[in-house]
Structure formats: structure tokens, C-alpha cells
Ligand binder design. Structure first.
Ligand SMILES: *Cc1c(COP(=O)(O)O)cnc(C)c1O
Length: 388
């Protein structure tokens, strides 16, 4: 009997991908076992984050890294680090910034619902650029000179949403920011796979990069990574920790050596509500090592085979497309028909939840990452039954 039976919560087949509302994905037994082992002993959390730092360093090439309670938490903590640096007085004051050096420059076309994580610790978003390639009448987006023109003494950092369509290119944005001594904080939450992206954004000039641990990495649902410049990562860590400690019992390890030069210890920081547990840190470390070591071709082939099992069981003409993650698209011809199919799948036992991003076009999407092979075949069978 599963804990979900005990709690009386029906499980679902999640064909949406690792979305948060559907509880992310399914962890490998090795990751679950790491979490279990972590849960039955106590450790010093700074020592555990130092170990995670070594794992993240190896996987990303970053100077340093910490495990966070998600990519959103990593963005919040990264912003707090950019706002306060290693100044405990600035940390204590957040989200207030007395000298007003709190502005985050954001390209208008990169605004998104996750960027409010910048505002929580005290940043103020300054938008630049006119993305008329999106609105239709033009082909251009923001240029890096427009970012430069928005820089003032109040600018604290530049935020960048990583994505295939994101403009200007990260290398150009980083060049402008660095010329003015400003860090670039990159949201790369959903940019894995390909696993080479673990290193790419840092190589292209990011000072901090945020990844989700609960998406394709396959870590605990509420885990994430903040990786990058050692001083900024150390600041982010400090603003998340339980700091109800006297200075004389505070001895940061070499991984966070920047914290040895503080003029004093701040109190619990603005990131304290982003607390991450030892179980998540242990699970993320194992998941990240497995993700980085896996053969990308074999990983994609396994996802593809899963979807081919779905298509075969459905007996329908379902096309498989997509980029690093293959996705099956079931074309039902109209929004009404797609809505009927979606409701039928969600109304069965177990409920099947699929991607609705193209429902207006009459298309339902099936993502393999958070399903088992057996579940994918069951989805196909249910589609065949509904179509009959
Ligand atoms: C998923 C996502 C997040 C949030 O990640 P969590 O790990 O769930 O906190 C942030 N930004 C983008 C672009 C995302 O896709």
C-alpha cells in the first residue's frame, strides 16, 4: 500500500512533463535512497552545502554552487546576493536598500512570471527594449546598447532568461554588464537537457545561473541549483541559512571562504523562507551526478521509445516532434475535440494529465519525462478507447 493510498490521494499519469502542479517527475530509486539515508542522521548544513558545492562545481565548471529549494528560490537568493554582496548590514536590511542600488535590468521580451522572485528580496525591475518581433510589425528585439543606456548608479545587476529565442545573446549582455562591473543572473531553470547547458551559460558570461532540480535533472521536486561566482554564491548561501549563532562558533569551510572575511554575522536573511532540507541536498547531488554522467543520446532515445510505445498502443497517427525532449502531438482537428479528449483522459482512473499548450489548435501534447514506459502505453490504450 502506497502512502498515497493511506492519505486517500489518487495518483495521476503525468504526461505534462515535470510541472510543479503535477508534482514534478518520478525520481530514480538511487535518488530516493539518498534522500532516505539523509533523513536518518543529522549533519552541519554548511558542511553539507560544501559537499554539494563540490558536486555542482564538477558538473557545471562553476567556481561554487549551492542547492536551493528550487530554481525560483535560486533566483531569489541570487538576486539577494547581487543586492547585498558580502555586506552583512545590507543583508540585514533587505528587502530595503538604503542607497537605492537595487535595480535589475530586464529585457522586456524576457519578462516572465518567475521574475517576481527578483522583487521579493528587494530588487526593482527596469525594463528595456521593444520586442516588435513578437508584436508583429518588426523583426528586432532589445539591443545590448539599450541595456547599457539603462545602467545608472542604482543598477545592481542584469537578469537574463535563457532560451533559444532570448535576445540579445548572453555573451553580448554579459560584455556590457561586466564593462560596468555588474553581475548577470541567468534563469536557466528549464534549459536542461541538453546537459551541456550545465556549463554553457557560465561559459557565456553568466555570474550566477539557476537550474531546477525537479525537472529533467530528476532530483527532488523542491530542489534547485544556484551556481557561479564564489563570492555571490557564498552571499546567497548566507542569506538562506539559520544564522542564530555566535560569531565564535562560525567557521565556514574552504568552499565558502568569502564568508571568512565578514565584519560580522547577519541575522536570518531574506532567503530564510527558501530553506532547503538535507534530504533535498543529498537527493539533488545524486541526481545531478547521474544526469551529468548519462549519455544524452541514450537518454533521448529512451524518451523517444517511451513515446513510440504510446503511439503504437493508441493506433492513431500521432506525430513526435520537439527538441532535446521529444513530445507527442495528438491532433484532434478542433479545440472542442481536443477539450473533450483532455476531459475524458483526466476523468478516467488513473487520471491522465497532458500538455494543453496547443489545445487552441486542437492538439494535445504528451511529454515522456515524468511517465514510465508502462504508463505511456496505458495513455496510448486510453486514447485508442476514446477515439473508438
Ligand atoms: C520551472 C521554471 C522556474 C521555477 O523552477 P522551480 O524549480 O519550480 O522553482 C523558473 N523559471 C523558469 C523559466 C522555469 O521554467
Amino acid at each position: 500500500m502506497s502512502i498515497y493510498d493511506t492519505l486517500g490521494v489518487p495518483t495521476v499519469i503525468n504526461a505534462c512533463g515535470t510541472v510543479t502542479r503535477m508534482s514534478g517527475g518520478i525520481m530514480a530509486p538511487e535518488v530516493a535512497e539518498a534522500m532516505r539515508q539523509a533523513s536518518v542522521a543529522c549533519v552541519d548544513m554548511v558542511a553539507l552545502q560544501a559537499a554539494a558545492c563540490r558536486v555542482i562545481r564538477a558538473a557545471t565548471g562553476a567556481e561554487a554552487g549551492i542547492v536551493t529549494s528550487g530554481a525560483s528560490a535560486a533566483i531569489l537568493l541570487g538576486a539577494a546576493a547581487c543586492l547585498a554582496g558580502l555586506d552583512p548590514a545590507r543583508m540585514n536590511a533587505l528587502p530595503a536598500v538604503a542607497d537605492g542600488r537595487c535595480e535589475a535590468i530586464v529585457v522586456r521580451s524576457q519578462r516572465n512570471m518567475y521574475d517576481r522572485a527578483l522583487v521579493v528580496p528587494g530588487a526593482r525591475i527596469v525594463e528595456v527594449g521593444i520586442p516588435d518581433r513578437y508584436s508583429g510589425p518588426g523583426v528586432r528585439d532589445a539591443a545590448s546598447w539599450e541595456i547599457e543606456a539603462a545602467i545608472t548608479p542604482k543598477t545592481a545587476f542584469v537578469y537574463y532568461l535563457a532560451g533559444a529565442q532570448s535576445r540579445p545573446r548572453l555573451t553580448d549582455v554579459a560584455a556590457v554588464a561586466h564593462a560596468h562591473g555588474l553581475p548577470v543572473l541567468v534563469d536557466a531553470a528549464a534549459q536542461l537537457p541538453p546537459s551541456c547547458n550545465l556549463q554553457r551559460f557560465l561559459r557565456e558570461g553568466a555570474d550566477l545561473v539557476a537550474f531546477s532540480g525537479g525537472k529533467a535533472i530528476g532530483g527532488p521536486q523542491s530542489s534547485g541549483i544556484l551556481a557561479g561566482r564564489a563570492d555571490l554564491v557564498a552571499s546567497a548561501l548566507l542569506q538562506m541559512l539559520d544564522l542564530d549563532v555566535f560569531d565564535d562558533v562560525w567557521a565556514p569551510p574552504a568552499e565558502f571562504a568569502g564568508l571568512r572575511q565578514l565584519r560580522g554575522l547577519p541575522h536570518h536573511g531574506v532567503g530564510r523562507s527558501c530553506k532547503v532540507g538535507k534530504e533535498e541536498i543529498a537527493g539533488l547531488c545524486v541526481a545531478l551526478q547521474r544526469f551529468a554522467a548519462a549519455d544524452p543520446k541514450a537518454r533521448r532515445a529512451a524518451w523517444l521509445a517511451r513515446l513510440e510505445g504510446l503511439v503504437a498502443a493508441s493506433g492513431a497517427a500521432i506525430s513526435i516532434g520537439g527538441g532535446p525532449v521529444p513530445v507527442a502531438a495528438l491532433d484532434l482537428g478542433s479545440e472542442d475535440a481536443a477539450t473533450r479528449m483532455q476531459r475524458a483522459l483526466a476523468g478516467g482512473v488513473p487520471a491522465i494529465q497532458c500538455g494543453l499548450g496547443r489545445r487552441e489548435d486542437g492538439i494535445l501534447l504528451f511529454n515522456p519525462v515524468a511517465m514510465t514506459d508502462e504508463q505511456a502505453r496505458l495513455v496510448g490504450t486510453r486514447i485508442r478507447e476514446e477515439l473508438a
